[in-house]
Design a protein around this ligand. Sequence first.
Ligand code: GLY
Length: 427
Amino acid sequence: MRVLLIGGGGREHALGWRLAQSGAHVTSAPGNPGLAEIGSVRSIIPDSPAAVAGAAVDFDLVVIGPEAPLAAGVADAVRAAGVPCVGPGADGARLEASKAFAKDVMIAAGVPTGRFFAVSNLDAVDKALDEMSPGPYVVKADGLAGGKGVVVTDDIGVARAWARDCLDGRFAEAGDVVVIEEFLEGPELSVFVLTDGLTFVPFATARDYKRLGDGGTGPNTGGMGCFSPVPLPPGLLDSIHADVVAPVLAELRAREIDYRGFLYTGLVLTPAGPRVLEFNCRLGDPETQVILPRLRGDFGSLLMAAATGEGLDGMSVRWWEKAAVDVVLAAPGYPEATRAGDPIHGLALVTHLDDVLVFHSGTRDKRGEIVSSGGRVINVVGMGSDIPTARRHAYDAAALIAFAGKQYRTDIANDESVHEPVEKGAM
Ligand code: GLY
């Protein structure tokens, strides 16, 4: 199977690696040095529907990793060119590209979520903030802002100023509407399914660590590490599939949206039960880097079945009874003022270690030398029979990789609740 994989981060490196394990020939665009070791890389503008669809005709399947091409309608153009594609069209991608649309779908589908107001002027902002008093206040730009459009604060003045900045154009049209929502307290859970538009197969769970610093301190990032599986009370994941995923997919169908690809549900496990924080129209990054190493079977066939709409009905996914822990090594200055161009040493030392995988996120090949080129630089994934073992493998390997100003969290997957052996059937 010839696959064109759109994207060039750690998620796409993990997707390409797992597809190649299924025997697929992977061409990535724009790719990265890790993907270049697996297959070929092409320079195609990833967010251009015409450019991707033009290239797609030479492939059997297109897999789109990031949200921006999906929101731009790249999957629509690829399908219109007659090539099966993993990823929803622009209408389905609105689940991620508009927080107000996602809330509207949640309400219509009866999905538990926090209270919210979608507003577009300062008077409405003030009324909404009063409703959420005494805080904490959660203020989000409605559209895609690369993970930078959210503020969570106890200070109503800061919340108001953020809403005003959004409305004043800080995120261009992505901030024309501002969503002010209830602060949800509890551990987070990332739940993934693959759907062909009618039915879905559950994927493994993961927990992401979004703040830069240990103990959940510092600024929000794209994710500084994660682990899979997440130990959950019996029945909880089944109830999330039944009460959240299935009704949302049914609601999309009722709106005549043919959603094919991954649906990522971000939840908070509050004392009152799970509440949906957000939907994303793709796999998570770095969650993919811990989920796909646990996946058994033929990944390529599974993706093809979802993309063609021929049917996931009756298909299932099995998971290795192993834990995976990902530690993200980030560049100095990330996330506010990332420095790029630092040579990365030690990759060859870890590449052949047992129970360790390395996925490139923000790297480039500078005349034969791998240097940093983005905020999140390298993912070091440890595998093991339980999370503490996987964690030790990840951190031992992370210590062998060096670049100037390397920063990483030291507390990924260290909480007591995850110190159990991986149970049979755990997702
Ligand atoms: N890990 C968060 C995301 O992929 O959006």
